[in-house]
Design a protein around this ligand. Structure first.
Ligand code: CU
Length: 482
């Protein structure tokens, strides 16, 4: 790869990382911000998959303290990557419909941060899921999320959402699971969170900063991790069914997953149950997407969970994606075949309000030359993000039809906070499920058509590309529901 000129953004990122290394060094890690220390050597490969610490609500409330800081164990080694409460992923927060979730977030990073509860249907205002909050280094902030009594059960996640720093902070490791309990009883013996991240570390365990090509394409890390572990194993008995809550927490990577020799049966998408269990030969998850799957191994052996290369498009000679499949984890089954109960034929699918469409609108995701520091400009409707500008003003209580177009040669995952949507059509002719979701991939030079009920909460929030390098570069817009 030819060396790219160091843009102002990149210089800032390097400066930030350098300071982060000093912080880590003070607590005993020896690290370097340069990539001259060689390749990172993962450890603990093939160990049993662990679950992050679980923080569970009681009597209608969960109050937690989260501290974002550098210095976590990742892939079996001490690194200067980032985490919540010393872990990447951070603790799993589990709540119930009707609960209050209080989070005291303390920022021990060298740049501002904040928190987004991706997938929760909660207010975007004040100290709830408000992406405009900025928590300065050394400061703390009290979040309070009131989870509606009719909130569906599902798999979600949390991560920082401070514009301009989201990609660095997620890629650095700041992610965690967020589960709304508990939904229907399913005949499964094990319920696992599998939070997938990617990162590039140098030989000393420091995060390798993104260059200008990474930022234009959306960075993909060399290391793929599940719950911060490198290629863990999942031990199971044949015949028993497991529920895997898979979260694509990668900064830009689309995961195209398959399980060698076994079936992946999807039961939920983005925290909403499908109307019936659906077999997937390949399960495609854009960054931000979640899928709950049931795996019921039929025999004994080793079965790799693979991420196949996924082509997000190409631009100026660069293209995305690996050349071959990557092993994420391995399912190992042994012992006698156990008797099992089949999954229910019908699941309690969530349905969104069916009020008539009161307005249609179109919005376009685009990329072009002329961005900051000579990089690519990332925009929506020709404008880069301005937090003070109101881009879409929507009447509270209405249901709208949005056509989201993509005039660029790369696929972009559309994400809107707070208000889930159903996909009604797409330019690639994909089958639509009627299941509410909150991230959808817009094909290169294509479009998706969405039905979005703005019926739950009023307030001001954002929609954006979930390739977080694009979001940071301006591919985000505001939406005001009033
Ligand atoms: Cu994008």
């Amino acid at each position: 790869m030819t060396p790219a000129p160091i843009s102002r953004r990149r210089a800032l990122a390097l400066g930030g990382l350098g300071t982060a290394v000093v912080v880590a060094g003070a607590t005993g890690w020896i690290a370097s911000a340069t990539a001259s220390t060689g390749a990172f050597d993962p450890s603990g490969t093939g160990a049993e998959l662990l679950q992050p610490p679980l923080l569970d609500s009681r009597d209608g409330r969960l109050a937690v303290e989260l501290t974002a800081a550098a210095g976590v164990r990742l892939a079996g080694r001490d690194t200067s990557a980032l985490g919540f409460n010393g872990g990447s992923p951070g603790p799993t927060l589990r709540v119930r419909p009707g609960d209050e979730l209080a989070v005291l977030l303390t920022n021990r990073l060298v740049q501002p941060t904040n928190l987004h509860t991706h997938g929760l249907h909660v207010s975007p205002q004040a100290n709830s899921d408000n992406p405009f909050v900025s928590i300065e280094p050394g400061a703390s902030f009290d979040y309070l999320y009131r989870i509606p009594a009719d909130h569906p059960a599902g798999t979600h996640w949390y991560h920082p959402h401070h514009h301009g720093m989201v990609a660095d902070q997620l890629f650095g490791g700041l992610v965690g699971g967020l589960i709304v309990d508990r939904g229907p009883d399913l005949p499964v013996t094990t319920d696992r969170l599998m939070l997938v991240t990617d990162i590039t570390l140098d030989g000393a365990g420091a995060v390798v900063p993104a260059n200008s090509t990474d930022r234009a394409m959306g960075r993909e890390g060399r290391l793929l991790l599940v719950n911060g572990q490198h290629q863990p194993i999942l031990s199971a008995a044949p015949g028993t069914a497991e529920r895997w809550r898979i979260v694509n927490a990668c900064t830009s990577r689309v995961l195209a997953l398959r399980l060698e020799g076994q079936q992946l049966v999807q039961i939920a998408q983005d925290g909403s149950f499908l109307s019936r269990p659906t077999r997937r030969d390949t399960l495609v998850l854009a960054p931000g997407n979640r899928a709950d799957v049931v795996v019921q191994p039929t025999g004994t052996g080793r079965f790799a969970l693979l991420a196949d290369p996924y082509d997000r498009g190409s631009m100026m000679g660069s293209s995305t994606g690996d050349t071959g499949p990557t092993t994420l984890a391995t399912l190992i089954t042994s012992g006698p075949l156990r008797a099992s109960t089949p999954l229910p034929a019908v699941l309690p699918a969530e349905t969104l309000p069916t009020t008539a469409i009161s307005r249609t609108r179109q919005t376009d995701f685009n990329m072009g030359m002329g961005g900051m520091g000579g990089g690519m400009a990332m925009s929506i409707d020709g404008r880069t993000f301005d937090p003070s500008r109101d881009d879409q003003i929507v009447a509270f209580g209405s249901t709208e039809e949005w056509t989201v177009t993509n005039t660029s040669p790369l696929a972009h995952p559309f994400h809107i906070h707070v208000w889930p949507f159903t996909v009604t059509a797409a330019s690639d002719g994909r089958a639509t499920t009627g299941t509410p979701q909150d991230v959808v991939l817009i094909p290169p030079r294509g479009w998706v058509r969405l039905r979005i009920p703005f019926t739950t909460f009023a307030g001001r929030s954002v929609y954006h590309c979930h390739i977080l390098d694009h979001e940071d570069a301006g591919m985000m817009a505001t939406v005001v529901v009033t």
